[in-house]
Design a protein around this ligand. Structure first.
Ligand code: AKG
Ligand code: FE2
Length: 346
């Protein structure tokens, strides 16, 4: 008998696609909102089980001693909730001093679409025509007060209660919005985030934000298919054709002010006005934007929590030991905060 030829195993890496790109395509419009939200519910329970099997974390304090059930309820029903200020005033002063040593990368508008990367400048030297300016990831990750809030177990547990599984921090950022921009760009236009099948963001204003300083704007009850359906179906007289048109419109990533304001009216839209330190959690699957300021400038800090790591980005975590000590702040080895922050800290 002839000897059998042993075939090499088929190498899936040679396929013209990979699971990451399929996942990203499904999130970014490949699936409709109803399906994306259902996948989100499945994924949360999958992740909860997976984390339970693979990690053993120290017990956390009871969630409801720190955040109330009502806060979770508001987040579920409306899509956002205000929290107590997460930074004290003197911490914001120190954050401000810390950031002022570093330049910001500036962005302005490029004809009618997208945004153009401009140069880097210290914040007081930013030229006119600039809409946005952000800091390098390293600058943010090394800031001790940002480190502290990113590791706040009470916040992580509140987010876990909302998402249905222990979250992964997938965006950790701070940026300026300037009033010198010529026209709104990027996230200054109404849109919905599609970073994951379920996600929630913490926003903290680091400057006072009045109506002219570029407040964050949110369309209430647009975060979750079931909530949005309940609101919109009666308004459209339960007409199947009108509803079908509405869901098609919802799928478009960016929307005009006129469309949003006509469909949802002023009463359905929240402008987050607040002094520095104002903190809120928001499900940015709902429609939102950061208004282009018409006066002054706004500095905002943002954490985005998701179920999975953000697959279309790469991460270079830094070593925790390189963060300057802040009094009495230490992250135990078996804290769930280490899991949540693994894309940013080793
Ligand atoms: O600047 C804002 O308030 C909005 C930011 C935003 O939409 C985003 O980061 O996705
Ligand atoms: Fe957004």
């Amino acid at each position: 008998m002839e000897s059998e030829t042993v075939l090499a195993g088929y190498n899936l890496d040679n396929e013209p696609y990979d699971l990451r790109s399929i996942f990203t395509a499904m999130m970014k419009g490949g699936l409709d909102k109803r399906t994306r939200d259902s996948v989100g519910i499945f994924l949360a329970s999958y992740m909860r089980e997976n984390i339970l099997c693979n990690y053993q974390f120290a017990e956390s304090p009871d969630l409801h001693t720190v955040y109330t059930k009502n806060q979770l309820k508001l987040l579920n029903e409306i899509g956002f909730v205000y929290l107590d200020k997460v930074f004290a005033d003197d911490e914001i002063d120190r954050i401000y001093d810390y950031l002022s040593r570093f330049p910001v990368r500036c962005y302005g508008s490029e004809s009618s679409i997208g945004e153009k990367k401009l140069d880097t400048f210290l914040v007081d030297n930013v030229p006119s025509g600039v809409n946005l300016g952000d800091y390098q990831q390293d600058v943010i990750s090394h800031c001790p007060w940002f480190y502290k809030i990113a590791h706040d177990e009470n916040l992580i547990r509140l987010v876990e209660a909302y998402l249905g599984a222990l979250p992964t921090l997938s965006i950790f950022t701070v940026w300026w919005s300037f009033s010198s921009g010529v026209e709104p760009i990027g996230a200054q236009l109404y849109h919905h985030d599609r970073a994951d099948f379920r996600s929630v963001n913490l926003f903290v204003y680091l400057t006072d934000v009045g109506p002219r300083n570029g407040p964050h704007v949110y369309v209430k009850r647009t975060h979750e298919f079931r909530v949005l359906y309940k609101m919109i179906a009666p308004r459209l007289g339960n007409d199947p054709i009108a509803l079908q048109k509405f869901w098609q419109w919802m799928e478009v990533h960016r929307k005009t002010d006129k469309d949003v304001e006509t469909i949802f009216t002023e009463a359905g839209i929240e402008k987050h006005i607040g002094v520095r330190g104002t903190s809120f959690l928001e499900d940015t699957r709902g429609l939102h934007k950061g208004l282009l300021p018409t006066a002054g400038r706004r500095l905002v800090f943002q954490l985005c929590y998701s179920l999975l790591p953000k697959y279309n980005d790469s991460f270079r975590p830094i070593c925790r030991d390189t963060i300057d000590d802040i009094e009495g702040y230490d992250v135990p080895e078996n804290s769930c905060a280490r899991y949540t922050n693994r894309l940013f800290y080793l």
